[in-house]
Design a protein around this ligand. Structure first.
Ligand SMILES: Cc1ncc(C[n+]2csc(CCOP(=O)(O)OP(=O)(O)O)c2C)c(N)n1
Ligand SMILES: [Mg+2]
Length: 334
């Protein structure tokens, strides 16, 4: 692999951190909700969308980022936020609804916002793409060489905002990279039932920009393609669309019976789990040995545990603060 060792190790470490974080969130989330699934119960009430299996999409871009780059993600945001370097403690606290969270506990897991690094996400499908275009316009006006990255699912690629964003970014030659995470399903709807073409990367041609398909759920393949797309945008050569065929190992949300995917489909995904296959490759190629791997796992597990403990030790926001940091108050006179 013609990639600096430090980048390979960094990508693996980050994959382990993401997976461990999501495993722990999943355990705690489900703890008080079962056996009869009660979405309002437990330490993390509300919906929870986890991205286990999609780590390659997130870590592949990571070594190419620089300070000031902006990222938008989706309702399934943890892997991207962690890979960008969003503060893990504040992120965990936000997920647990605590005062010390990124949004002082008011946003929850689908609404993680960070100023530095610049990260945002939303429960509204397709919302992040126009926001990334706006960030790219800001970079243009400020004269920086920063890049905006918009991550979205293949379901979101059928929203108008996808087409509007690609069109404007291409027209104005803005420094944006659009990354489609194709996990083949939008909730329970298979892509074949919603999308007229097999590969969303082909849609780039409609806007005269490069469209690149990464057919493998592999951090190295994503690294290479994202390296080119980000460098292109930084040099002022305009936007690109990257599509990665990836796997959502778990349900659409925690509590999803996931009956719309066959046992065989799910077993195949587990067999090709990208965390396992990447570490095997790094071991086979002599990049990591068993003691390196054990050390990385311990360090990442400890970091995740510290973040979760920080969240659990943090207070809930005071009720009086509920109306702070919201849009302007309005007085309605009848
Ligand atoms: C505008 C809008 N429409 C519908 C929904 C309900 N919804 C939540 S997730 C989802 C599917 C998204 O699929 P995809 O974009 O492929 O992302 P994935 O969940 O696979 O990561 C839908 C339709 C929503 N949140 N926002
Ligand atoms: Mg999807």
């Amino acid at each position: 692999m013609d990639i600096p060792r430090e980048h390979l190790v960094d990508m693996y470490q980050t994959m382990v951190k993401i997976r461990r974080f999501e495993e722990r969130i999943r355990e705690i989330y489900l703890d008080d909700k079962l056996p009869a699934f009660d979405i309002a119960a437990g330490l993390i009430p509300g919906e929870m969308h986890l991205a286990a299996g999609q780590e390659p999409v997130a870590v592949g871009m990571r070594p190419h980022l620089k300070a000031g780059d902006a990222i938008t993600a989706t309702h399934r945001p943890h892997h991207i936020a962690i890979a960008q370097g969003v503060d893990l403690k504040k992120m965990a606290a936000e997920i647990f609804g605590r005062e010390t969270g990124l949004g002082r506990g008011k946003g929850g897991h689908m609404h993680l916002f960070s100023v530095d690094p610049a990260f945002g996400c939303s429960g509204i499908i397709g919302e992040g793409m126009p926001v990334a275009v706006g960030s790219a316009m800001a970079f243009r006006h400020k004269g920086t060489d920063n890049v905006a990255l918009a991550f979205f699912g293949e379901g979101a690629a059928n929203q108008g905002s996808f087409h509007e964003s690609l069109n404007l970014a291409a027209l104005w030659n803005l420094p944006v990279v659009f990354i489609c995470e194709d996990n083949a399903y939008a909730i329970s709807v298979p892509k074949t039932a919603s999308t007229a073409i097999a590969d969303n990367s082909d849609r780039a041609a409609g806007y005269g920009i490069p469209g690149v398909l990464v057919a493998a759920n592999d951090p190295v393949a994503v690294y290479e393609v994202m390296g080119e797309a980000i460098a292109r945008a930084r040099k002022g050569e305009g936007p690109s669309l990257v599509e990665v065929k990836t796997d959502r190992l778990w349900g659409h949300f925690e509590g999803d019976a996931d009956a719309y995917r066959s046992d065989e489909f799910k077993a195949d995904m587990v067999a090709r789990d990208p965390v396992n296959s990447f570490v095997k490759r790094l071991t086979d190629e002599g990049i990591l040995n068993e003691s390196d791997i054990a050390g990385i796992q311990q360090a990442m597990y400890d970091e995740v545990e510290e973040a979760i403990q920080f969240a659990l030790d943090s207070p809930y926001p005071e009720p009086e603060t509920a109306l702070e940091d919201v849009f302007a108050e309005r007085t309605v006179t009848l």
